[in-house]
Design a binder for this molecule. Structure first.
Ligand code: ADP
Ligand code: MG
Length: 244
């Protein structure tokens, strides 16, 4: 089966002698929302970074929207254009407005004209609830607003899959809800999403499936009500008792 948006088979990744991913198999179907949970250091970020080719897998295969990204001659830039990524740190350009930040990759990577890039930037800033902040600079925005600009920036590229790596972990608690709200509306709009998060209520309500990782392997996966509320494995229970 190669129909899924993301298909991962036998994925291994070592840094030197430290094997961080030790044989990962899972898939994300088109339009599906999968949340990855697990302790710090379990390999969640490395997994996402392998999907986006920010890390080169040591072994295994990863297909993203039908393209095997692990073959040597893959067009990395072409694949990355189809995958949006949002990190814990927003990494906006401080000297550009919100609008400028959402336009720049459209202009430089997709070679869109100025008027088109601006139109698409405005549409996506509106989509994340920031229509009134187009001329604000990052320093004038809250962390939650900056993260929503980062989401708009990713969406403006027209991705088929969105990867989120703990997008709310750096935010003050009162700002988390707005970002999760944007992610929830994206999910409801049918976006394919792979989300690393510690927000168990988001995972419970929005995820189609939850994957629990520990020590470089998938320990268990299933519907959120099963994995979060009735885990099968002691390691999952121990983790959940710490975060819930
Ligand atoms: P998580 O996101 O679940 O906290 P990570 O994927 O960030 O876990 O890290 C898993 C392990 O891989 C950690 O032990 C970390 O130190 C190691 N690691 C991650 N990136 C690198 C790297 N670039 N070089 C060496 N070790 C790394
Ligand atoms: Mg991480």
């Amino acid at each position: 089966m190669t129909d899924g948006a993301i298909e991962i088979h036998g994925l291994r990744k070592a840094f030197g002698t430290n094997e961080v991913l030790r044989g990962i198999d899972f898939h994300v179907g088109t339009g599906e929302v999968v949340c990855v949970i697990g302790p710090s250091g379990s390999g969640k970020s490395t997994l996402l970074r392998c999907v986006n080719l920010l890390e080169e897998p040591t072994a295994g295969t990863i297909r993203v929207v039908g393209v095997d990204v692990t073959v040597p001659d893959v067009d990395i830039d072409a694949v990355r254009r189809r995958i949006g990524m949002v990190f814990q740190s927003f990494n906006l350009f401080p000297h550009l407005t919100a609008l400028g930040n959402v336009m720049i990759a459209q202009r430089k990577v997709l070679k869109r004209g100025k008027a088109e890039a601006e139109r698409i930037a405005r549409e996506n800033l509106e989509r994340v609830g920031l229509a009134d902040k187009t001329i604000s600079y990052p320093a004038q925005l809250s962390g939650g607003q900056q993260q929503r600009v980062a989401i708009a920036r990713a969406l403006a590229m027209g991705p088929e899959v969105m990867l989120f790596d703990e997008p709310t972990s750096a935010l003050d608690p009162e700002l988390v809800g707005d970002v999760l709200g944007v992610m929830r509306s994206l999910a409801e709009g049918g976006m394919t999403m792979l989300v690393v998060t510690h927000e168990m209520s988001f995972a419970r309500e929005v995820a189609d499936r939850v994957v629990f990782m520990d020590d470089g392997v998938v320990v268990e996966e299933g519907p959120p009500t099963r994995v979060i509320d009735d885990p099968s494995h002691e390691r999952t229970r121990a983790f959940l008792s710490r975060v819930l």
